[in-house]
Design a protein around this ligand. Sequence first.
Ligand code: F6P
Length: 364
Amino acid sequence: MKKLLVATGGGDCPGLNAVIRGIVKSAHQAGGWEVWGSMEAFNGLMSEPVELLELSPEKTAGIHVKGGTIIKTTNRGNPLSYPVTQPDGSVQHVDRTKELVDRIHDLGFDALVNIGGDGSQRISQALFEKGGPVIGVPKTIDNDLAATDYTFGFSTAVQVATDCFDKLVTTAESHHRVMIMEVMGRDAGWIALHTAIAGGAEVCLIPEIPYSIDKIVERINQRYDRGRGFMNIVIAEGAKPLGGKVLGRAATVQGDEHLKLGGICNALRYALEEKGCEAQIRTTILGHIQRGGTPIAFDRLLATAMGVKAFELVQSEAYGQMVSFQNNKIDSVPIAEAVVENKQVSPDHYLVQVARSIGISFGD
Ligand code: F6P
């Protein structure tokens, strides 16, 4: 029997289980393969004793409809910069990727499929460069991975955000209020842009287009003057005012390197009030509900197809490749290409044009 190891890393995302099931089912059909999961990304592989879960067809049956990941995940413990507490209490960050590759070989694994976002794929590339037989599968609700048009989980996040947006429209209308809804996306405005168009927002604020408070006040006043006494704004957590900064705090947990974003909707509310905006304003931060729960059909489909493709790449020993979805086709690209830069919304992206054409303001 050949042995395949699967890991899910970084923030969870609807569709992770569907990828796992896609891999397990195709490996079972092919025959001659055992599939195992490393618990909590690579922590399972690095711990003593190792924490692995055998992923049998029975164990993975029906999991494609379930949110989260049955092999758990973490955004702490990056093996490229692993925090190790020294005898004097200080913390040193060490590169454990060579040790990880040795462990993969020592435990008899023939290949590793690493399902994760930009950070996880940088780890994939490092493992590959050290001789690890690695295949990457892109994952993130933010849709900001280069070399793939869509990542699974993104469409579910947009659906959740759109459903919430629709609810906020009816309450905004009843109370003549301005509702500001904050969505995730880190440095990319994809979730905000898609939700704003799908929901019919008046204003959409994204990290790629800094906004002017004056322009937004003007827009609110125009709308109220026209007798449309309510307004719905979508703001991405990474959006910032002209000349301003992203609102974030450093992570407080050892090993988590990401800036924690959140709360820009309140900063916007206070800024609008200070500028004399008379309408009542309320804010909603959607947060992690965009990441939880069952994936919508499109994400189950995309995730399953990516799982199947990942196993196909394993079989052809195309290590160093990441599964991608480009021009409506499941394909693969070198992982190295996928991690060069993140994919942000270009101000001349066709959806920005669509939004402007139907009167959505970006506050610019
Ligand atoms: O990258 C996915 C994401 O959900 C971002 O949209 C968000 O900024 C971040 O993760 C939240 O991370 P955490 O779960 O660590 O709070």
